[in-house]
Structure formats: structure tokens, C-alpha cells
Design a protein around this ligand. Sequence first.
Ligand code: HEM
Length: 434
Amino acid sequence: MGSRRGFLAAAGALAGALGAGLRAPSAHAEGSVGPSCAATSAEPFFGANQSGILTPLQSHSYFAAFDLTATKAADVETLLRAWTKAAAELTSGKAVTDLGKDAYSSAPALDSGEAQGLGPARLTLTFGFGAGLFVKDGKDRYGLAAQRPAALVDLPRFNGDQLVAERTGGDLSVQACADDPQVAFHAVRQIARLAYGVAEIRWVQSGFSANLANGDTPRNLAGFKDGTQNPVAPPPPGRGKNSIRPALSPQDVIFVGNEGPAWMQGGTYVVARRIRIALEHWDRMEEDYQEQVFGRHKQSGAPLGASDEFDAPDFQATDKDGNLVIPQNAHIRLAAAANNDGAVILRRSYSYNDGVSFIAERWPPWRQGMLYDAGLLFIAYQRDPRTGFIKIFDKLSKLDALNQFATHLGGGLFACPGGIKDGEYIGQRLFERA
Ligand code: HEM
């Protein structure tokens, strides 16, 4: 385990290491979790693809969507240059050096400072462009409309959607992920400061993940292992009977190739959804029933009818009464690539917990009161959302047994441009082509 980072470097390609990596953050895998370890753990910011996508899951996340208020493309470009410079500093554990001027003096503004001494904490910053960067209210604000990727669609309304406008959409997105919540928050805070006068925060969502030192798959707030079946991850060595994991290449299923537009090559599309889970309702269900909902065993994470988490689900298997072992409306049956013409997404989700608020539930209809506002900050990366998230969720939103407990309240779709070299800025190829 201690050599995971070494292995990553040696392998040169992330494909082979990703599976175990997504489940086991390297800071933990190296055997210590304290600040001294975090301080030495920096994730690369520059590269062929943005980081925070294939990067082993960090323990915390802070996702922010921004509305652009600038009227000129040059101001957006300047912002992206400033964000790039700051992101390179922040991901190496440094303070941001160029934040403009303080409001009431000519002195240079200083980094807010709360991340001092915390080190890089494996911070990654992943940037995305929403449809509003290209066209907003029918207007081509920045002369970029012709560069809008066909895949950057307006997400359709899905069955059961309860999206709140204030928590949905946005022209730009930034996801900070780090092994320290303060490092993630600090990063977005500086990014937002740099946007003064050009863009303002539309919505944010923080999240956390129970990363386990032994590399086991973290559990979501429903108590189930979440992240077992991801398309580019092979099962751990020696695990998984008839494994369903084809371990596809991220370059084939996650990252954009030659299909265009050219500026998106090496990029990917992220779907974020804030999904509330009706925990009070869920907690009153027997474990047996909960397992039927997902189609997996709660303790082991194995598909129903199998014994190991990484065994292949048998979607044909029936019990002695002739009933399907994995029910017709089980989450994993409906979401599986095999039942969606091969559609795959890379899930990299976090849990969220925003306290309690007054909620009247759709089901059971008599339940209302101060209920947990908690659930899943669902994050999925894919090469094309039309054949990824939209394809899969169209079906799930109509048929999934989980819908009794899950309500989608917000989120967005963003085109994350490819990675950059030192000296370039995020989205440079888009602005150069426009
Ligand atoms: C509150 C919401 C959700 C929860 C709690 C949840 C939980 C889970 C769990 C426990 C699994 C099985 C373990 C695993 O392979 O990771 C799973 C699998 C999966 N989920 Fe979800 N999920 C949620 C929403 C969604 C949504 C909105 C999608 C959208 C497309 C989705 C797509 C998938 C896919 C593709 C799989 C893998 C299926 C397979 O091939 O076995 N999930 N999810």
C-alpha cells in the first residue's frame, strides 16, 4: 500500500491504479493521516487532464457554481488566468499571492490565511464551463456561442426533479477536493475573491466521504458502500468472481477525444446533483428491504445472491419462487451498463449534511417537520452526458426503487476543459479559437 503514489508515478498512466485509488486516498494509504503527512501530499495541477477526476477520492469537497456578471470576454479570460495562477499556488499548499487590492487602501490584498500550516492536503481544483458561458437568455455574451459543445446540452427535466433555481445551474464551476475541509473551503474562498466584479457565487455544496485507511469502499449515508462499480476501475487483485469490470480506458469513456470541439479534447463533462435522502424514512426500513432497493447486501456490498463486493451481479438469477434475486426496480439493475446499452459514468460522489430544515415529504405523505437536509452530492464524469448521465438517469428517475427516498434538489452540467501545461490557463484553447 505504501507505494501507491510511487506506483502512480511509475505507471505513468492512471488507468491501472485508478480503481484502488478512487477507493483509497493516498494520504491514508501511506500509513499516516496527520497534518505532517497531508503537508507533503500535493496532487499535480498541470497535466493532460484536469485533476480531481481520476485523483483518488479526497475526504472533503466544496463545489461552487458561479454566475458571470462581466460584459466583456476579456474580463472572463483575465479571471481564468487569475484562477489558474491561484490554483497552481493553492494546490501546492501556498497562499495566493495576487488577489488585487484591498477595497479601502492601495495595499495588495492578502490571502485570508486560514489554510496556513495545513499543507496541500491533496487539494485539487477542477474547473467547468456551464451553458451560460456560451449563451445566456438567447444572447452570445462573449462571442463564444459557436464553440458550445453539442454535448453541453440543457439537462432535461427528469421525472421527480424538485430542482430549486437558486441551487441549480451556473456559468462556471469549481470543485475543490482535499483531505482537509478547511483547505477545500479556503481554496474556493480565494477563487471567489478573485471573481469580484466578474462573477458571483450562485450556489455551493460541501461534501465529505468516509475514507477508510484500509482502502475499503466508503459508505454513503444510506449505509451502503458507494463507488464499487466504476467503469475504469479493475477489481482489487484476487477479488470478484466473473467480475463485470471491463476496466475501460478513461481516455475512451471519461475524456473527450477528437469529436470536438477542439478545445474540449482531454476534457470531460461533470454532472453534479444535490440529492436529499429521506434518512428518517430510510431508517425505518428493514435491512432486507434496503438491500432490495439497491440490489446489494448492506454489510459486504456484494450484489444480492453473491458473496464478495466485487462479484458480478447475476441479473437473471431467480429464487425458489421464481422471483428475480436482484429485483426489477433495484438501483444497480437499472443503472448497470449492461442494461443501458453500455452507458457508463465515473461516479465520484460525496455525502452532504446541512443540518435540519422544515420539509414536507412526498412519501410518506404524513411526514413533515424538521428533517435532515442530508444526502448525496452526486458527481459523475463522462465523455458525453447524452450517452452517460442522461441516458442512465432517464430510466432511473422513472423506475428506481430508490426514488421513494431520494429527491434531486439542485445541481448542474459543466464542460470541464482538458488539462493544461505550466504557462497556459484553464480554457485558453477556447478563448484562442473564439
Ligand atoms: C441518493 C442517490 C444515490 C445513492 C444513495 C446511490 C447509491 C448507489 C449504490 C450504493 C450503488 C452500488 C455500489 C456501487 O457500485 O457504487 C450505486 C451504483 C450505481 N449508481 Fe447510484 N446512487 C444514487 C444516485 C444515482 C444516480 C442519480 C445515478 C445516475 C445515473 C446513479 C448511478 C449509478 C450507477 C451507474 C451505479 C453502478 C451500477 C452498476 O453497474 O452496478 N446513482 N449507487
